[in-house]
Design a protein. Structure first.
Length: 229
């Protein structure tokens, strides 16, 4: 997926709060929005290189959006809105082997008390819940990086959908290029980890795919092994 915004390189300075950060942009300290509800503690460190996009609108509180963070020699996308679009593009292009053969893809579909990210219609009806992954340690990735009540609710609804005769998939989109595998983050959110295992044991399919990332483009590429802890 080509990224349709102008790229600005900056240096991360500090966070004002969970969603607002200060970045050095060519010697000027600018305020920017962090489009991610996670902690990002291992990424947003003083002096790391970041990529911003610019949005000059009076309707916005900040004119800049923090899109990527450089860790070691790699860029990591932190945009929590991007994984859903990446998943839709990858499914439509038959990149995700397990989700091939569907003729229609719908976004943001309501089911019972939840709204699933994708509904696939074709050989059957499949609900897909997408989770963006940014936490990496020693080549292994984890989700979430902060406790998530919403994530646990979605898993419960996926299990209900299976019991109602639908296909359900929990898709982890790893917004990092070089990774060895993925696991639910049992240390940060043991209840979420237990729910993932429960879902897997009750018919919900678990998938993890990583991304090829450059400043100009992000795309889902290959399947990542999943180990439940």
């Amino acid at each position: 997926m080509k990224l349709n915004y102008d790229i600005y390189y900056g240096t991360f300075l500090r966070r004002a709060n969970r969603f607002i950060a200060y970045v050095d942009l060519d010697g000027e300290e600018v305020l920017c929005h962090i489009p991610n509800t996670g902690r990002l503690g291992e990424l947003l460190l003083p002096s790391v290189q970041v990529i911003l996009s610019y949005h000059p609108s009076t309707a916005r509180k900040t004119q800049y959006e923090l899109r990527m963070v450089r860790k070691n020699s790699c860029w990591i996308s932190i945009d929590s809105q991007l994984p859903n679009a990446l998943a839709q593009e990858a499914i439509a292009s038959d990149v995700i082997e397990e989700l091939q053969g569907y003729s229609e893809i719908r976004r943001e579909v309501t089911y019972q008390n939840s709204r699933f990210d994708l509904q696939l219609i074709g050989k059957d009806t499949c609900f897909v819940e997408v989770k963006g992954v940014t936490l990496e340690r020693d080549g292994w990735c984890y989700f979430p990086d902060a406790p998530t009540k919403r994530g646990k609710k979605h898993i419960d609804e996926l299990v209900c959908a299976v019991k109602d005769g639908y296909r359900s998939v929990l898709l982890f989109v790893v917004q990092i290029t070089d990774v060895r595998g993925f696991s639910p983050n049992k240390i940060t959110d043991p209840e979420f980890s237990d729910r993932v295992r429960y879902a897997s044991e009750n018919g919900v399919e678990l998938l993890a795919y990583n991304c090829l990332i450059s400043p100009q483009e992000v795309s889902i590429t290959g399947k990542v092994p999943i180990i439940l802890t």
